[in-house]
Design a protein around this ligand. Structure first.
Ligand code: GZL
Length: 321
């Protein structure tokens, strides 16, 4: 009797295990089902990030349920709740802002659905709410942006007036890129940030805010833009004001999309600090490990570099995004 009972329990457990891999609404074909909530489609970086995730899921044989939140946190929370109802195997998302995730991530945890953060971090103290955070070190990207400026103005004591186009308010990249940049320039009082405002990572808003900066300040030496799209929008505003971007106003940007490299070859952007969006392959690798019950690092930092205008022409043909 006991042997039979043990066999029945063992079979039930195995069945449960198999079901866990394909127990979502995708018809239980045994394929891993990944629910991914994306920030939106606000920038060239985001478009490349989405393509990397979609292509990599296909390549890895993972069924992807993809949702675009149009840069609204409530849409991401709704998407995560839908993924929970659909009983996906894994949830991954790029949190549009750092705060306000504990409740919905506790719901995923209660249903034993593992969560992976990509691209942006959250400020939750409870690190049990996600398995891994795969993304850049945005504070370091801010430091690298300022380190270029320190080097570019070495030996001069003249004041350097800076305007800053911040990313989406409350987002990890905006908070951290601002922090890293400020940490480096505070060492020398010649650097003065005379205006700092969000351009929400978009070209349109970047142009609009730069127009306002130019109206309010006649002595701007440098623009520090938290992403290329805002820098490219600002370039339009600078040119419409009759000034030469990259010469009259030096431009420091972050991301490294192809259009920014073209702008560097035209002398309109002076330096680009790379932020790698091609996270798809690493994400799928982590998804498979998590489903397999393997341990994954709590934090995986993406590799990236810095490109100055003189390097742009040679680098452009090899740029993948
Ligand atoms: C950074 C990413 C940022 C990019 C922007 O990892 O979250 O969001 O820098 C994008 O271009 O909009």
């Amino acid at each position: 009797m006991r042997k039979t009972l043990t066999t029945i329990i063992a079979l039930a457990l195995v069945a449960g295990g198999v079901a866990a891999c394909g127990n979502s609404d995708s018809g239980g074909d045994g394929k891993i089902v990944l629910g991914f909530s994306q920030v939106g489609a606000e920038s060239g970086w985001r478009t490349a990030n989405t393509k990397s995730i979609q292509d990599s899921a296909k390549e890895a044989g993972i069924t992807l349920k993809f949702s675009d939140a149009q840069q609204k946190q409530e849409n991401q929370i709704k998407a995560i709740r839908t993924f929970i109802q659909q009983k996906v195997d894994v949830i991954a998302f790029s949190p549009v802002v750092e705060s306000g995730w504990d409740t919905v991530l506790k719901e995923a945890k209660a249903k034993k659905i593992p969560v992976i953060l990509t691209d942006r971090a959250i400020d939750s103290k409870d690190t049990s709410l996600y398995k891994t955070f795969l993304g850049s070190d945005f504070v370091e990207e801010g430091r690298r942006s300022a380190q270029w400026l320190v080097k570019a103005t070495e030996g001069s004591t003249d004041p350097v007036t800076i305007v800053e186009l911040q990313g989406t308010t409350g987002s990890a990249p905006a908070i951290d890129r601002k922090e890293g940049f400020a940490e480096v320039i505070k060492a020398d009082p010649k650097f003065q940030i005379i205006a700092s405002q969000t351009g929400d990572f978009t070209r349109a808003k970047g142009k609009e805010v730069m127009q306002a900066f130019l109206k309010a300040h006649k002595d701007i030496d440098v623009l520090y833009a938290h992403n290329d799209d805002m820098a490219l929008g600002a370039i339009q505003a600078i040119e419409e004001a009759g000034l030469k971007p990259g010469t009259d106003i030096k431009i420091i940007s972050v991301d490294g999309v192809k259009d920014a490299f073209v702008a560097m070859t035209e002398g309109k952007i002076n330096v680009v600090v790379e932020c790698n969006p091609l996270l798809g392959p690493q994400l799928m690798d982590i998804v498979k490990k998590v489903v397999d019950g393997q341990e994954t690092p709590q934090r995986i930092v993406t590799e990236e570099g810095v490109f100055t205008a003189d390097q742009a022409a040679a680098a452009l043909p090899n740029r993948k995004y």
